[in-house]
Ligand binder design. Structure first.
Ligand code: Z5A
Length: 218
């Protein structure tokens, strides 16, 4: 059916901004609306991607990962996810909701770690081809508040902060600013959403911001 075309939606933001929560709420709404939805995440989403996630987040090799290798591992995980999961789902006319995508690499590895944005975007093009999100929700929260959320969650779940959560606050501020630079550059795709409201209110706002995409026929 023409009005049931699949769409690719991504969630972005600093850690603890509520991406996983909002991805889940959006998937539930889309399914209730009769759509078939694939929910996935980065890094990960395939067996290969989950191995890569483990290397990236927990440094399993015992070696310090150099920044170039880190960037390419994120991109490798993404290439596998696009080829194996995202592109086939879109070709079947399904929706794909992904927790982080290439904007994370631009925000963390380019704006955060200082790689050249244009060069990083060339790598994105190589990894994903034409499979670009139709809409991206940037969940906006101040860095100190997001870190408080993560500390609360780690305490509740008795989990240790991962390698990224242990970065200095200045790094997270650069990532936050980088995300806003991306949103200013591409406001049609990237919608900035206040992530400090209650989760259901945020979900309502996201649903409204998707209206044109939901009713799109081409
Ligand atoms: N990374 C990278 O550097 N380059 C890349 O290309 C990619 C990733 C793809 C992946 O971590 C790390 O990899 C990430 C960036 C880097 N690290 N950092 N920093 P991840 O995917 O495992 O984790 P994350 O994405 O950073 O965050 P998260 O832990 O999954 O958080 P979240 O998904 O944004 O939020 P949440 O899990 O939905 O909620 C977090 C807590 O806040 C939880 O206790 C909720 O109950 C609570 N919450 C959620 N919504 C609300 C509202 N509205 N109000 C109050 N509390 C809320």
């Amino acid at each position: 059916m023409a009005d049931r075309q699949g769409q690719f939606i991504t969630f972005e933001g600093v850690e603890g901004s509520g991406k996983t929560t909002q991805a889940r709420l959006l998937v539930e709404r889309l399914q209730a609306d009769g759509r078939t939805v694939v929910q996935t995440r980065e890094p990960g989403g395939t067996a290969t991607g989950e191995y890569i996630r483990d290397i990236l987040q927990h440094g399993r090799s015992g070696e310090t990962l150099c920044a170039e290798a880190e960037l390419l591992l994120f991109s490798a995980s993404r290439a596998q996810l696009v080829t194996q999961v995202i592109r086939p789902a879109l070709q079947r006319g399904e929706w794909v909701v992904c927790d982080r995508f290439f904007d994370s690499t631009t925000a963390y590895q380019a704006y955060g770690h200082g790689f050249d944005v244009d060069k990083v975007e060339i790598i994105h093009g190589f990894a994903v081809g034409a499979t670009v999100p139709r809409r991206t929700f940037l969940l906006d929260i101040a860095v100190p508040e997001s870190l408080r959320r993560m500390q609360r969650r780690n305490a509740e779940q008795k989990t240790a902060p991962d390698r990224f959560e242990r970065e200095e606050i200045a790094f997270h501020e650069k990532v936050h600013a980088g995300y806003h630079a991306l949103a200013r550059r591409d406001p049609r795709r990237i919608r900035v959403i206040d992530a400090t409201c209650p989760a259901n209110e945020i979900a309502d706002r996201i649903w409204e911001e998707l209206e044109d995409v939901r009713t799109c026929t081409g």
